[in-house]
Unconditional design. Structure first.
Length: 325
């Protein structure tokens, strides 16, 4: 993507396409609304206190945040209608997702996990081109800005049909894939899977890979062109002081700041400030941003906190109009 024509590129949000430069400060992976899902595992996360979520979004906006990527795909609690309303009322750009999550977040025998690659691909592309299924009755349906997928500990244990479908949908529409990994497990195998099917490395975002803070792995994936998403800032068990912060510093020191996107992934209620007792959405601006400056990374701030993910999601306007990025 030529940076000289960056202002001609757009990103699909829940309220419609927005210019790439309007993304501003962006949490690259979060969950803003997770409705109840009958039949899924009892300990599955639920985020459905609208007023509290809206209040935190407004605080995030006042603190300087502009955009949040919601990584909840359909069938496991996503509601594009609610996401649009939250965006309109808070002033925060929200980018929604098609795709699939782990089986435990769905009802038993959910159709998507029984689907063929062609059936799943058709579903993903339909949502990309026509809109999220739960919003099709709206005058203007909500369209997703990315494909979210979720891999098991081993890539081979993830339904291959769904991986093939995600690859096919990406190739046909150009939409970026954000991939959940189990603590970064087999990230390189997952990347190889998509590259071998023609998916450009620049359209791959590998999530939670900071839980596997192997610099040589991160270096190699970054050199390939993959975007690495880090989000363990609020999770003491992953020892962010020992692992995450030094990793960010090392990536920047080695000229790889274009290959990292920061996020908070707050699917758990306890991480929210009003719903629980955590840093909340605002912590992205009041904790993470200031710490980056303290570490001397201010010159990379714009890329790490939004610029890099915006670059990967953006497409020319004619591609959004016809559903091909």
């Amino acid at each position: 993507m030529d940076p000289m024509v960056e202002d001609k590129f757009f990103i699909e949000s829940v309220t419609g396409p927005i210019p790439q430069e309007a993304i501003g400060i962006c949490d690259a992976h979060n969950h803003l609304w997770i409705g109840t899902v009958e039949g899924n595992q009892p300990n599955s996360p639920i985020l459905n206190n609208y007023e509290s979520i809206n209040s935190e979004l407004k605080y995030y906006r006042r603190a300087g945040g502009a955009t949040i990527i919601d990584c909840q795909p359909g069938g496991c609690g996503r509601d594009g209608r609610v996401l649009r309303r939250l965006s309109q009322e808070s002033g925060v750009n929200i980018i929604s997702a098609t795709g699939f999550h782990l089986p435990k977040y769905y009802p038993p025998d959910f159709w998507l996990y029984q689907a063929s690659a062609d059936q799943a691909k058709t579903y993903f592309i339909s949502e990309i081109k026509q809109g999220l299924v739960e919003t099709l009755q709206l005058e203007t349906p909500v369209k997703p800005g990315l494909i979210k997928i979720a891999c098991q500990l081993r890539v081979r244990d993830t339904p291959q049909a769904l991986l093939e479908a995600a690859a096919g949908a990406c190739l046909e529409t150009g939409i970026t894939i954000e991939a959940h990994t189990e603590k970064g497990s087999e990230a390189e195998i997952l990347v190889d899977f998509f590259l071998s099917r023609g998916v450009p490395a620049e359209r791959l975002v590998i999530c939670h890979i900071d839980k596997r803070p192997d610099f040589s792995l991160h270096h190699d994936l970054a050199i390939m062109g993959v975007l690495l998403e880090y989000d363990t800032f609020y999770r003491p068990k992953y020892e962010p002081e020992k692992n995450l912060w030094p990793l960010i510093q090392r990536m920047v020191a080695n000229g790889l700041e274009d290959s990292v996107a920061l996020a908070t992934d707050m699917a758990e209620v306890e991480l929210w400030s009003l719903l629980g007792h955590g840093p909340g959405l605002g912590g992205f601006l009041t904790i993470i941003g200031p710490r980056l400056k303290e570490l001397g990374l201010e010159s990379s701030l714009g890329k790490l906190l939004g610029g890099n993910i915006a670059h990967r999601l953006a497409s020319p306007p004619e591609c959004l109009e016809r559903g091909t990025r």
